[in-house]
Design a protein around this ligand. Structure first.
Ligand SMILES: [Zn+2]
Length: 210
């Protein structure tokens, strides 16, 4: 199993490691900084030596790195990993913003989001029913206040369940999450509402970060 480095340090942009296995244009590494795609979030992009990383595939405990071409390096070689940091950092900020906003809705208005999805330039929350405009505006104001107050964002592994992770923004309730986050709400930047629609009876709120 490859050693995963992004949970210990989500800010690691470059790293050198050895190639464990090559199968055509897909490879396994001894260690990786590349976060694979999930059902609610796109994965990292970047480079391994002169090859582009165009996809990541989780199979069991392993993370396969899909390259744009068959590499010239061999198994056992040391290679240089480099993340597209702008893409990753935006994802970390949007993802953290979703946690914060969902935390405010839950804590202050007893409205619990049933889904949260991060896209490349925006992110959205889904609620089971329509929310009043006033609640949406107040939750946005509170989230931006929390951003200005520079709350700590903690992530940690469950004490009993290995591999199961939690994320907590400030004093909001911890949420089970294996994603990547910024360390402090100040990094999120100002949160704005982009779109507010009803889809199949559900409230979908899309936001952006400046
Ligand atoms: Zn998260």
């Amino acid at each position: 199993m490859s050693k995963i480095l992004f949970h210990e340090d989500a800010y690691l942009k470059e790293h050198q490691t050895k190639v464990k296995k090559i199968e055509g244009n897909r490879i396994l590494l001894e260690e990786t900084i590349f976060f694979p795609q999930t059902s609610t979030e796109s994965g990292d992009v970047g480079k391994i030596n002169d090859c582009k990383v165009v996809g990541l595939k989780k199979e069991g405990d392993e993370i396969w790195h899909i390259l744009n071409k068959t590499p010239v390096f061999k198994e056992g070689d040391t290679v240089a990993l480099q993340l597209d940091w702008n893409t990753r950092y935006k994802m970390m900020r949007l993802h953290s913003a979703l946690h914060l906003w969902a935390g405010v809705f839950d804590c202050q208005f007893k409205e619990r989001a049933v889904a949260g999805v991060v896209k490349s330039n925006s992110a959205y929350l889904v609620f089971k029913h329509e929310l009043a405009n006033e609640i949406i505006q107040k939750a946005l104001e509170q989230a931006n206040k929390d951003i200005r107050e520079e709350l700590e964002i903690k992530t940690y592994e469950d004490e009993k369940k290995k591999g199961f992770r939690w994320c907590q923004v400030g004093n909001y309730i911890p949420i089970p999450c294996g994603g990547l986050h910024v360390k402090n709400t100040k990094e999120i930047g100002e949160l704005t509402l982009r779109e507010k629609i009803i889809e199949a009876g559900k409230q979908k709120l899309t936001m952006e970060v400046k």
